[in-house]
Design a protein around this ligand. Structure first.
Ligand code: KG4
Ligand code: ZN
Length: 333
């Protein structure tokens, strides 16, 4: 039984899982309402909320699991990447519990956690390709075995979720903008011509040009006194993002002859992306497509416990000098 703790951004989360795959409890306290009026996450505010919530959230996860600390084999905690002040709250709570109850401590990479959210649904099949699309990351990661991560492509500028949030702000939609654009996109037509950065010959991504194109198109229309329907802009933007994400994922899945493609991170909740991936992989029946249910796509601690269990079984132990690492590298943690 493993307790997971996650505080890398704006959710304070704790979960208890069994055998690496079975969720016993999964508690998430979201701070979104506190950050909304600022249009994004305010790091110092996030840290303060984590301090207020962390004990309550851990106690609630343990209570719902009907577990005592003696039942735990390990405590898994997000050590990075993320906001340093936010990460430190989870890391210190985990260290205090580990020290007090003499429970092994395992530091977990946040994105590795997002990938392992898939293992809470079904066993992974290697080699696999993970499309990671979150607020801070857009990456294609090749895995030849458990906890072996090789980054084959990444964004050169904005992450997909970041582009969603910035475009949403331009359209005067509240934070976080991803779900808002997703909702609007289904009410509009993708009839505005926007660029797609293919970066041929690489598996890298770029979304800043697309974001600028959206801003310029809206400005130019306003200057001409024309109106663009926000739902059409949302649909066109989403189409552009989804085309590139799906196109590159299919290409990499073929080149590396993977058995499975996993989708991970907050943007994996996107309905347009989920539908487009399902349609594309339908034509590639040898490759299994796995997308976690929406509540496991966004930040949670069950995914951290799932990854932590695998690392624990592989022998990873973190010492009491474990720190928060805002720029932690997934290939070496
Ligand atoms: O993985 P996550 O919860 O936190 C990070 O680790 O970054 O991802 C948050 C990101 C935000 O940018 C949010 O706008 C985006 O995921 N997101 C979505 C959707 N739901 C969340 N983006 C597009 N469509 C959605 N339905
Ligand atoms: Zn995340």
């Amino acid at each position: 039984m493993v307790l997971g703790i996650e505080t890398s951004c704006d959710e304070t989360a704790a979960a208890v899982i069994k055998n690496g795959t079975e969720i016993i409890s999964n508690v998430v306290a979201s701070q979104i309402n506190s950050h909304k009026r600022f249009g994004g996450v305010v790091p110092e505010l996030a840290s303060r909320h984590h301090v207020e919530q962390i004990t309550i959230v851990i106690e609630e996860a343990m209570r719902q699991a009907g577990a005592s600390f003696q039942d735990l084999d390990a405590i898994a905690v997000t050590e990075g990447p993320g906001l340093v002040g936010a990460l430190l709250v989870g890391v210190n709570a985990a260290k205090a519990l580990s020290f007090t109850h003499q429970i092994p401590l395992v530091g977990v990479h946040h994105i590795a956690g997002h990938i392992y959210a898939n293992r809470l649904e079904h066993e992974m099949k290697f080699p696999l390709l993970a499309l990671v699309v979150s607020g801070g990351h857009t990456e294609l990661i090749l895995m030849k075995g458990h906890a072996e991560f090789e980054v084959i492509g990444e964004t050169r500028d904005d992450a997909a979720g970041e582009a969603y949030d910035k475009v949403a702000r331009t359209l005067n939609l509240p934070y976080p903008g991803g779900p808002q654009i997703d909702r609007l996109a289904h009410e509009g037509e993708p009839n505005i011509d926007l660029p797609r950065a293919w970066l041929e010959g690489t598996y890298d991504f770029s979304f800043s040009g697309l974001k600028s194109a959206v801003i310029n198109t809206l400005h130019n229309a306003a200057q001409r006194g024309e109106t663009i329907k926000p739902e059409d802009m949302a649909a066109s933007f989403q189409q552009s993002v989804v085309d590139v994400l799906v196109g590159k994922t299919i290409e990499a899945a073929k080149e590396f002859e993977v058995k499975e493609v996993l989708v991970a991170g907050g943007v994996a909740a996107n309905k347009g992306l989920r539908a487009a991936l399902e349609e594309a992989f339908h034509k590639l029946p040898d490759v299994e497509l796995s997308i976690p249910p929406i509540h496991l796509c966004t930040d949670n601690a069950a995914m951290i416990a799932a990854c932590g269990t695998v690392l624990f079984k592989k022998g990873k132990r973190s010492a009491l000098d474990l720190n928060a690492y805002p720029g932690l590298d997934i290939e070496n943690f």
